[in-house]
Design a protein around this ligand. Sequence first.
Ligand SMILES: [Zn+2]
Length: 235
Amino acid sequence: MSGAHFAFTDRWGGVSAAPYEELNLGGAVGDDPEAVRANREIAAKSLGLGPDGVVWMNQVHGTDVAVVDGPWGDAPVPEVDAIVTARRGLALAVLTADCVPVLLADPVAGIAAAAHAGRPGMVAGVVPAAVRAMTSLGADPARIVARTGPTVCGRCYEVPGEMRAEVAAVEPAAHAETSWGTPAVDVAAGVHAQLARLGVRDREQSPVCTRESADHFSYRRDRTTGRLAGYVWLD
Ligand SMILES: [Zn+2]
């Protein structure tokens, strides 16, 4: 699909020390802020983006969406879990370490969105909220390209049986079982089911499980760790 760019980082190629080694892009996980700043520059440069051309979020597992047309500058970064832009060339970034990073773009309308979908956000509907914000700006779900990045897989995301039942009552596709036979949730499957119901047909899911991959940060595996980023932008 010409015009839309999607990128997901792994943990290598940055300057952070253990346990954030190397390319930690999260500013609220206890890492040295200077290292995070350097890592964000490294990642932006490798993607051909200006360091001031990326918009970040203060993610809180909610469903609020912000429409943006530039970086926040000196303003406080708002507590939202999705950002949407109609500005071509502006990159939107989402931070994760097991949650599902969701990148969306309608290259024809020139509308892009990034969303953070952990279990609570998926259940609460942050992804449909992002798609609604896109369509209100002129996007068409039939043209939206959706990419989800590395995330903890359904065979690894163990939860209490009661929690699985609560999630599956809202989103049956997320019902899962761990590889060791206990109740689990597949958040990415839930996200993709939601997107499919909204009419988003061009969807791809990363095969990488963060908990199983030594090349990715995983909160459930390591607890104190860095954050990966997903980036979306349009030419
Ligand atoms: Zn897994």
